[in-house]
Design a protein around this ligand. Structure first.
Ligand code: HEC
Length: 224
């Protein structure tokens, strides 16, 4: 649990890990245990995770996304993406509207830096007031505006390539190495995703077939 919280500190918050015995870490862990009171381990909780939505089978269009941004997001997050501070720089009061790019936002190792993830979050939560039941953007608009946001500069996290050393279980929209065979960094970053999902499925099948053949081989050997 502490590791998971520190994952958010180092990625979503683009900050430093908390000491495991710090007051803040104890508070986070205690609050999470409090929230899960009475819920069986492994149960599916309503509101957890991201609602599925369909990814258009094309590369995302950041120019079209910029137009959506200007029309539906800039009023709160700013034309320059820097959001609106609650107080002054350095007073730790945070933001009324968070920045979406630049130095003070999530880094490239955050879940939000993945296009499928960001598309689903935006589709079901933005502009503020949108909900799972009543989204305000089409699948295309959410996909393009998310790509526009992710095309902008943000802090970088070191050593991302060790996050998913194997290709078969690495999310197709994480835009750092290792890449799927024959896929470009750009396709991992901006789609189209359905061909990557298909490629990964074939890879898993090949790995399974290989493992089954190995088992059969070993069984035949020991029978001899
Ligand atoms: C009426 C104001 C408003 C508008 C318009 C709005 N947002 Fe937001 N947005 C917010 C607020 C407030 C939050 C913080 C929500 C929270 O912390 O629960 C937020 C959070 C976000 C986040 C999460 C940021 C992070 O660091 O995790 C993203 C991404 C985002 N908005 C994208 C968009 C996009 C894209 C649009 C346009 C389609 C949009 N927003 C329109 C107010 C707005």
């Amino acid at each position: 649990m502490e590791e998971r919280v520190n994952g958010c500190m180092e990625r979503s918050m683009s900050g430093k890990p908390l000491a495991l015995d710090s007051r803040e870490m104890k508070a986070f862990v205690t609050y999470i245990s409090f929230l899960s009171q009475g819920i069986p381990v492994g149960a599916t909780v309503q509101g957890a995770g991201m609602v599925q939505s369909k990814m258009p089978n094309r590369r995302a269009d950041t120019v079209a996304g910029g137009k959506v941004y200007e029309a539906k997001c800039a009023v709160c997050h700013g034309a320059d993406g820097q959001g609106l501070r609650a107080g002054k720089v350095g007073d730790a009061q945070g933001y009324t509207f968070p920045p979406l790019w630049g130095n003070d936002t999530f880094n490239n190792g955050a879940g939000m830096n993945r296009l499928i993830m960001a598309t689903r979050f935006i589709k079901h939560n933005m502009p503020l007031g949108a909900s799972h039941e009543a989204p305000q953007l089409s699948d295309d608009e959410a996909y393009d505006v998310a790509a526009f946001m992710l095309s902008k500069p943000r802090p970088t996290k070191a050593n991302l390539e060790v996050d998913f050393p194997a290709r078969w279980n690495k999310p197709v929209d994480s835009a750092f190495p290792p890449y799927l065979l024959g896929a470009t960094p750009d396709q991992h970053r901006f789609g189209p995703y359905p061909p990557l999902v298909e490629k990964q499925k074939q890879m898993v099948e090949q790995l399974k077939a290989g493992a089954a053949a190995e088992r059969a081989n070993a069984a035949a050997k020991s029978a001899r």
